[in-house]
Write a protein of this length. Structure first.
Lengths: 394, 325
């Protein structure tokens, strides 16, 4: 019985309280903003090829976000969520894993998918909800998913992936797979009941899962000091008996180091681990949001100075692994590619009407087939009112 | 009278409720300083202070559990769930707690002062999780009142009545109409009765029944039908529970036909409950089967939203079918 542990506790005869903030949690920093490494810092495993791949993914991420926010403003897509300022958390996370590891993200982790090689076409097809979207045009933009790339399809209800990640990882363990699961979530979502359920389930059942909290200071308009008063999300890891690490989320080398360590630990010990990455959401929550209603420009400017991509670039330049010509060429090429991909994706047809009723179950049941048949008859009667599908109904 | 959109009417009702009752509190995700993601609680924190209008942590079960506690204690909590699609983490607190507080304690305790506001419904390119109409899940739970306004005037009067009603009320706000629906709203205090439907348009051939944003669609279908010489009576149910059987039955006894339209999927939606009750109340007056024009039995889609929804053309076709039966 677990209560045995109390037998080893020191005994006191006056109340000896433990203050909510008495546990100090250090923060791992490896890379300075100017591109120099802190003295005595323990670098992750990284070479020029790996570093270049990571940097290119960060650049792709930045350009994709810029262009798609613009595309939303032009009315070409309905919605978008950028991850400006937080790109290192998702790109660095994926870079510290193996391709067979499962990624269960919240929604602001397109960087992990970019690193894994999700094609520009796939990104576009999802955002334009066309018939080539792997998700069949059913979810709002940015709800990506790819079985091939071990990236679980995004679900909007917050926190739901957290206990699921514990279960997924437990299954990986039982089947002896050389694979772990990483689970991303925001500090806001960490308030959901599912967060607590997920951590405790993972801890009790020894699931090899890496919980990765992106603490970006805001949940839409709610600043983190109105979200919790404890010592961040990391302190909760301690409460659940989970190995815990806090890192600078804008430091790509710290993210990489943390995730490389976490993967080894989770696999070897068959235990969960939690990483809290401190960052800042530089952009709006989504294209439906305007942060000027709840925070100041000065505050934003302060965090602009901690740009994680610029920080990595400075390091790459210092290593002589990268130069300004490459930089200019890369960004120009990426901008052109994204623009071209937008133009292709927006011309691709919407999914066929049959896609309405598939995947509700493994097979289309009779009542849904009937509803589809009635719908088709109706559309044929009013083809001009259903322009996306009318022309393709036999 | 003032011109208000639906959000302004709700904000105005909340303002009146908080001004008259010091124990009235408004809270939920992003509800405080920012005034909610749709801005329904705009200005309330400034006016009534952080203790009475505030952001909560991001946890729906916490929001409603907290609200249940406040209501049991005698305060008047008006809790916001940011989208009805995200009410499910609070399902246990609502279904097993709010709804049963009074009954299980023999009315030693109750949470009658609780009101839950939540935007519902589709038509905004919101896909699976920003479009649902979950009223039927709650209609299956005795102990809750369910209210859905269709325009700013209704929203203000029904919300004030919901806040003051001594039962837990879930107040579903048609978010598609938040800014789109504008109308004359009295600036002073008034209430509209819960549990009473409203006959919006008199007619003789068929009764069309709906609630919330769906009425706009039904009205459009009725206009098309009118061109064919079909006279539609249109009823806004306004309260899903308790629902006004009498007004609906009286209308159907007059017209002999009923069509119910809801945004939610057809199977086990509230339209089914209405159809069952009306066929038993009005069996000998019915000249055609009661029609239900609803969402399809699938999750709410995105790209094929237009095809999926119970639009005015589907309703128009069903009206003709019913009248020519
Ligand atoms: C269960 C649930 N409740 C509410 C929402 C609405 N919502 C979407 S994002 C968001 C804020 C999330 O903040 P955080 O977890 O900190 O992540 P961030 O957006 O900062 O990356 C909210 C409240 C939701 N999607 N799901």
């Amino acid at each position: 019985m677990n209560t045995e542990i109390y037998k080893e506790s020191p005994v006191v005869h006056q109340p000896a309280f433990i203050d909510g903030h008495s546990v100090e949690i250090p923060i791992l920093k490896i890379l300075k903003q100017d591109g120099n490494v802190y003295d005595g810092a323990d670098l992750p495993e990284i070479d020029q090829t790996h570093a270049t791949k990571i940097y290119k993914a960060l650049a792709f991420h930045r350009v994709l976000d810029e262009r798609m926010v613009a595309a939303q403003r032009q009315g070409r897509i309905s919605f978008y969520m950028a991850a400006l300022g937080e790109e290192a958390t998702s790109v660095g996370g994926a870079a510290g894993l193996e391709s067979q590891d499962m990624i269960m993200a919240q929604y602001r982790e397109q960087g992990a998918l970019i690193y894994r090689g999700f094609s520009l076409e796939n990104f576009m097809n999802q955002m334009f909800s066309n018939e080539k979207d792997l998700g069949k045009g059913r979810q709002m933009p940015i709800h990506y998913g790819s079985n091939e790339l071990n990236y679980m399809t995004i679900s909007s209800p917050l926190g739901t992936q957290i206990p699921q990640a514990a279960g997924y990882a437990y299954g990986q363990k039982l089947q002896g797979k050389d694979a772990v699961t990483i689970c991303y979530f925001g500090e806001g979502a960490a308030s959901e009941g599912d967060f607590h359920a997920g951590l405790n389930m993972a801890a009790v059942h020894n699931a090899p899962v890496i919980f990765f909290c992106r603490n970006n200071g805001y949940a839409i308009s709610t600043p983190s000091d109105e979200q919790y008063v404890g010592n961040g999300i990391a302190a909760r890891g301690v409460g659940y008996g989970i190995k815990t690490l806090r890192i600078d989320g804008n430091d790509i080398l710290a993210v990489l180091k943390a995730v490389q360590f976490a993967r080894q630990y989770a696999l070897k010990e068959n235990k969960p681990i939690i990483i809290e990455a401190m960052s800042y959401r530089l952009g709006a929550h989504s294209t439906s949001d305007d942060p000027s209603g709840y925070r100041t420009r000065e505050e934003e400017a302060k965090y602009q100075a901690h740009d994680p991509i610029l920080r990595m670039k400075n390091w790459m330049l210092a290593q002589k692994w990268w130069d300004e010509t490459q930089e200019t060429e890369l960004f120009e090429k990426l901008r052109e590619q994204v623009l071209a991909a937008v133009k292709v994706a927006e011309k691709i047809d919407k999914p066929p009407v049959e896609d309405l009723v598939t995947d509700v179950y493994d097979q289309v049941p009779a009542h849904l087939q009937q509803q589809l048949d009635a719908l088709k008859t109706h559309i044929k009667k009013y083809p001009q009112s259903y322009p996306f599908t009318a022309g393709r109904i036999k | 009278m003032a011109q208000m959109n639906l959000l302004q009417a709700i904000n105005n009702a909340l303002d009146i409720a908080m001004a008259e009752n010091d124990s009235a509190l408004c809270f939920g995700e992003d509800v405080g300083h920012f005034g909610g993601v749709f801005r329904a609680t705009s200005g309330l924190q400034e006016k009534y202070g952080k203790a009475r209008c505030f952001n909560t942590p991001l946890v729906e079960q916490g929001i409603i559990g907290f609200a249940n506690g406040l209501a049991a204690q005698g305060s008047t909590p008006i809790a916001e769930i940011q989208f009805a699609d995200y009410i499910f983490p609070a399902f246990d607190q609502i279904v097993n707690e709010s709804a049963k507080f009074r009954y299980r304690s023999g009315n030693e305790f109750n949470v009658g002062k609780l009101t839950i506001r939540t935007p519902y419904g589709g038509g905004i390119a919101g896909g699976l999780y920003h479009s649902q109409s979950p009223e039927a899940y709650f209609a299956h739970t005795p102990g809750l009142k369910l209210v859905v306004p269709r325009n700013p005037y209704q929203a203000k009067g029904l919300l004030l009545a919901s806040i003051r009603d001594d039962n837990p009320v879930v107040f579903f706000e048609p978010k598609r109409l938040y800014r789109a629906s504008v109308g004359e709203v009295p600036e002073e205090d008034y209430q509209l009765p819960l549990g009473k439907a409203e006959v919006m348009q008199q007619g003789s051939d068929i009764t069309l029944l709906a609630w919330g944003a769906q009425l706009e669609i039904v009205e459009k279908a009725a206009e098309l039908a009118a061109k064919d010489g079909i006279s539609c009576e249109i009823i806004d149910l306004r309260s899903i529970l308790p629902w006004d059987v009498e007004t609906v039955a009286n209308s159907v006894m007059k017209t002999g036909r009923l069509l119910v339209s809801q945004e939610a999927p057809i199977t086990a939606g509230f339209a089914s409950e209405i159809a069952a009750t009306i066929q038993s109340e009005c069996f000998l007056h019915l000249e055609s089967p009661i029609a239900r024009i609803c969402g399809m039995d699938t999750p709410y889609p995105l790209a094929l939203e237009k095809e999926y929804v119970a639009d005015h053309l589907k309703i128009y076709e069903a009206i003709k079918h019913s009248v020519n039966y």
